[in-house]
Ligand binder design. Structure first.
Ligand code: PLP
Length: 383
């Protein structure tokens, strides 16, 4: 199997697994219990919080553990917006649904007004539109750092400057960025992360929330995480996330450099065998591991099934329903035509990706496209 879907999830690294194991059996206590077993678990959570804070250059009490990125994005958006006196939000239609649907929920059910920012064809938000859209009653801006489908990186420092000059809070989904590019949270007020995108376990993540900011919880129960997120901590997951975070940052730049060369190798292989293929997203401001290509005239779902049959795991990057792939909302928001959105395939590379796998994938794509194009020509001939 050739796995090229690292933006969907990554395998657990050895360091993450080893950090988790003691908390799955020997140290199984509840971190809120006052006895020794509880104190052991609490020590692991505190230790992981210190490590994670260090990795994103935050303070330990600025880290709120969650069940993953969706919860972290929901908490960032709903929790911050609901705590403000005003009801205007600014976001973008290229966001992950974890942010977009939370913003839409506030608009539909809680009387918030939303300005959706314009994005260029290359997927970068219009900064002038952002500056013009901020109003006296703007409660929150939410813009992701790197896009999961296209890998496009938003100019977060400029976005931050615009928001700060106008005194508006900024939340950023940094889920796809950690371990790939700098995620210094000092430019934002809140940022969302999750472990399974950086070789940690699934079902655990965190929200960075800048010191001094209050947030309304979105769930109700105990007083965990300083009254900000109730529920017994996932001790093993949290320990695994911290270890994976350290692991992934150790040689980040060399590894990203290696992946960008492989990505370019794949891109060249596709362009030479399928000249009508079109790359989506900004060619410069993007993650080193992500390649999003439209095979115009063909259908993403057919391509993905054919790739799977040849042992290549890729994705359309967009929401999958049972048995069908919807056209990407991200590519449509970038103003690309439906046929381009419907024919897009995302290849996302990772630490285990090798050059031989890239050569094999290039060959598989060439054979598949040739065969699908031939069968299409056959259909037209019969019609
Ligand atoms: N945000 C981004 C950018 C993502 O890529 C994902 C997952 O694909 C999420 C949020 C949601 O992550 P999870 O499903 O782990 O909650």
């Amino acid at each position: 199997m050739i796995y090229l879907d690292y933006n969907a999830t990554t395998p657990l690294c050895r360091e993450g697994r080893e950090a988790m194991l003691p908390y799955l059996d020997k140290f199984f206590g509840n971190a809120s219990s006052i006895h020794q077993a509880g104190r052991d678990a609490r020590a692991a959570v505190d230790n992981a919080r210190d490590k994670i804070a260090g990795l994103v250059k935050a303070k330990p009490h600025e880290i709120i553990f969650t069940s993953g990125a969706t919860e972290s994005c929901n908490l960032g958006v709903l929790g911050l917006a609901r705590g403000r006196p005003s009801k205007h939000l600014i976001s973008c239609k290229t966001e992950h649904h974890g942010v977009m649907h939370a913003v839409e929920h506030l608009a539909k059910h809680e009387d918030f007004e939303v300005t959706w920012l314009r994005v260029s064809e290359s997927g970068i938000i219009d900064l002038d539109h952002l500056a013009d859209s901020i109003r006296d009653d703007t409660a929150l801006v939410s813009v992701m750092l790197a896009n999961n489908e296209t890998g496009v990186i938003q100019p977060i420092a400029e976005i931050s400057k615009i928001c700060r000059d106008r005194g508006v809070l900024l939340h950023s989904d940094m889920v796809q960025s950690f371990g790939k590019i700098d995620t210094d949270v000092s430019v934002v007020d809140a940022a969302s992360f999750c472990a399974h995108k950086f070789y940690g376990p699934k079902g655990v993540g965190f929200l960075f929330l800048r010191s001094g900011l209050s947030i309304q919880p979105i769930m109700f129960g105990g007083s965990h995480e300083n009254q900000r997120r109730p529920g017994t901590e996932n001790v093993a997951g949290i320990a695994g996330m911290a270890a994976a975070g350290e692991f992934v940052l150790r040689d980040r730049d060399t590894e990203q450099d290696r992946q960008s060369k492989l990505r370019d190798q794949l891109s060249d292989a596709i362009s030479s065998s399928v000249p009508e293929a079109k790359q989506n997203g900004d060619a410069i401001h993007r993650l080193a591991n992500t390649l999003n290509v439209s095979f115009v005239g063909l259908d993403s779902e057919m391509l993905l099934i054919a790739l799977d049959l040849k042992g290549v795991c890729a994705s359309s990057g967009s929401a999958c329903m049972v048995g069908s792939v919807r056209a990407s909302h991200v590519l449509l928001a970038m103003g690309l035509p439906m046929e381009r959105a419907r024919s897009a395939v995302r290849f996302s590379l990772g630490r285990q990706t090798t050059s031989d796998e890239i050569v094999a994938t290039g060959k598989a794509i060439s054979e598949i496209v040739e065969r699908l194009a031939e069968s299409k020509r056959g259909e037209y001939a019969i019609a």
